[in-house]
Structure formats: C-alpha cells, structure tokens
Ligand binder design. Structure first.
Ligand code: ACO
Length: 335
C-alpha cells in the first residue's frame, strides 16, 4: 500500500465583498443578528460579468495548487470536483476544469456531497493513491451559492450564511511512511435528505413543469434548511467523527495540532473546540470573512492556514465536516 500526501494547495474567492450591513438593504436582518448566530461578518459573491463560475473559480484555485505542488499539469491522473452548485446539470464541473487547464485526457468526476464534499473527495483520492492506481490527483471544492439564494426577508434564514469561493489541493503518492493522510472516515444518514436541500428544479420536477405552474410563491428552487436540526446533528456528528479518527490512530485530542472544521457556523466550531479542549490557535476559522462556502470551505481554510504558517511539518492536522445528506466525515493528516 502507498501513502498519499498533500503537495500543493490554492484558493480563490471573488473580489466582491458583501457585508452584513449590505444585506440589510435587501432584507430585514441586522449585522448583530448574523454575527451573534453565525459569526459571519462578510462573504464574497460572484458579480455578474466578473467571469467567475463554480468551475472557473476552481480552475483559479487549481492553477495555484498545481504550481505549488511542483508537478506538471499533464502529470495529473485524476480530477475530482466536489460541489453542490455545478456550472451545469451535466456534464460535471471536473471536465470543465480539465478543458480550462488544457489537460487532454484523464478521468474527471464530480462528487456531490455538499459540505462534506471535500472530505469525500479527499478520501476517494486517497484510496486511488493507496492502491497504486494513480500518483497525482487534483481535488477541487468550489461553490457559486450567491446566484441561487433568496435574497429577500423570506430567505434570510439561509441566504445570510452562504458565500462563493473555491479551494484546491494536489494529492500525490508520498515517498515517506510517516507523513501524509493517516485515515479518512465517511458517513451519511439519508433519512434527513430533505432537511437541507434544494429540491426544485430537479428531475422530479423539471423546469418546464415549474414554468407552466408560474407560481410566484414557489420557493422549491431556493435552498431549504431546517437550521436547528442541522445544528443539533452537526455538533454530535463533528465530535463523533473526529473521535473516530483519533481512536483509529490510537491518538487522543491533546495530540491535535490544528483542527480545520468545515466552516458551517462559528458557533459549531467553537462548540467542538471547547469539547476537545483546543486553544484558539489550534482551530482555524475564516467563516467571519467568507461565510459558508460548502465544498470550498475546508480547502480554502487549509490553504489560508498553511499560507499563514499555522501548519508546520510534523503537525497532526484534523479535517472534519458535516452537511446536507446528512453527510459527515473526517481526515487525519500528519503534515
Ligand atoms: N436576520 C434576522 N432574523 C432572522 C434571520 C436573519 N438573517 N434568519 C432568521 N431570523 C429570525 C427568524 O425568522 C426567527 O424569528 P421569529 O422568532 O420571529 O420566528 C428568529 O430569527 C429565530 O430563527 P431560527 O431559525 O430559530 O434561528 P436559530 O437560532 O436556529 O439560528 C441558524 C438560525 C443560524 C441558521 C442556526 O439554526 C444554524 O446555524 N443552524 C446550522 C446551520 C448550518 O450549520 N448549516 C451548515 C450546513 S450547510 C450545508 O451543508 C450545505
């Protein structure tokens, strides 16, 4: 069995910053309400005409990750693209990245696991490298939420939370036994599938049907979130899946050097931090600046933490996510 290792990381967020105060012009909300409940102060939204899409933001993050990894783009054996907001129904966004990066032929696939999408993609990539099938895998998490949110008072419970952005990593076969991905852990519980979802338009309700109904009250094409249920499940599952990873590796919480949780809500991250007895320096949060960028959030946060010198060689880095599905997962990495 081979071991895999992150060899390059990159991120990209649109320039257009939307503060909580900007949102008060669109809906009945306040900076104080958003900050107190979520920790968010601002987020980035794609601006019409700025050229950004889920895939093109992924391309920008990927170029940085590839350059930092030191590999040639043509040495990428597989592209994995995690998103809940792909450019098109089909094809997936992975092939668009392939086209934009001008990589002639390599497999490319999309992973549809929402906030846990990056961990699912990382785990999938890890398996391909462990078996020896591939040597270099480009993994992207990217979201364009802003265009599909209900930016009125009706949608305020969801729309204030989400932001746009992308992160990417190159996962490569490692020559070291000691460093790299130690283990990954994936879970889902489909009985909550509709509790955090966007159900229309879909193949259960195609666009012509929605258009024919011409119902101004129809909100099925906006995301729905049972916020309190998500919150309650998130704090339990985050804790469980981090513990699962530690136990698998015969480790204890005090051995964690850096926890990078999916940026769902600062209150969730703080709960986990307290539960595991970690200091502010041992948990990386940037939801204040970017909101919840779903599949993008972990690779964006990991890139920022690394750029800021907060991840050092030999550190035990723990990634954890929870989101729609419900799905959740963790990854333990010896840097
Ligand atoms: N501004 C002002 N008031 C608001 C807003 C807003 N943006 N949104 C809701 N309210 C109001 C509600 O209408 C309600 O008013 P009422 O009492 O008069 O009816 C009141 O505030 C309380 O609303 P709740 O929804 O009960 O607020 P809650 O305390 O549950 O906080 C929140 C909502 C922040 C969304 C919380 O439930 C949460 O963080 N849940 C987890 C969300 C999450 O982490 N999602 C990540 C996963 S996303 C993914 O996987 C794609």
């Amino acid at each position: 069995m081979y071991k895999s290792k992150i060899t390059g990381m990159g991120m990209y967020v649109p320039e257009n910053e939307i503060t909580n105060r900007d949102l008060t012009a669109l809906m009945d909300t306040s900076h104080e309400w958003i900050l107190e409940r979520t920790g968010i102060e601002s987020r980035r939204h794609i601006k019409k005409g700025d050229g950004n899409t889920t895939a093109t933001m992924g391309v920008k993050a990927s170029r940085i990750a590839i350059e930092r990894s030191g590999i040639d783009k043509n040495d990428i054996d597989l592209i994995l693209f995690a998103t809940l907001s792909p450019d098109y129904y089909f094809p997936g966004s992975g092939v668009i990245v392939q086209k934009e990066l001008d990589i002639p032929t390599c497999p490319a696939m999309d992973i549809r696991n929402q906030c846990s999408g990056f961990i699912y993609a990382l785990s999938t990539a890890d398996q391909f490298i462990k078996t020896g099938m591939y040597k270099n895998i480009l993994i992207i998490g990217s979201e364009n939420h802003s265009g599909g949110l209900d930016m009125t008072t009706r949608g305020r419970g969801v729309s204030v939370i989400f932001g746009d952005g992308a992160g990417a990593v190159v996962l490569s076969r490692s020559s070291s036994e000691e460093t790299g991905i130690l283990s990954t852990h994936l879970h889902s519980e489909g009985k909550y599938a509709e509790e955090l979802s966007l159900i229309g338009p879909s193949t259960r309700r195609w666009v012509p049907e929605i258009m024919a109904a011409n119902d101004a009250e129809d909100t099925s094409y906006y995301p729905y979130m049972n916020g309190q249920l998500v919150f309650k499940n998130a704090v339990v599952r985050f804790s469980e899946v981090i513990m699962e990873g530690l136990q698998e590796n015969q480790m204890t919480p005090d051995q964690i050097d850096m926890l990078i949780p999916h940026q769902a809500n600062l209150r969730i991250s703080q709960f986990i931090q307290k539960k595991f007895g970690l200091t502010d320096d041992q948990v990386y949060n940037n939801i204040m600046r970017y909101g919840n960028t779903t599949a993008g959030s972990i690779p964006i946060a990991m890139t920022e933490a690394w750029e800021a010198g907060k991840i050092k060689s030999g550190d035990l880095v723990v990634l954890a996510a929870f989101g729609s599905g419900f799905t959740w997962g963790s990854a333990l990495i010896r840097w």
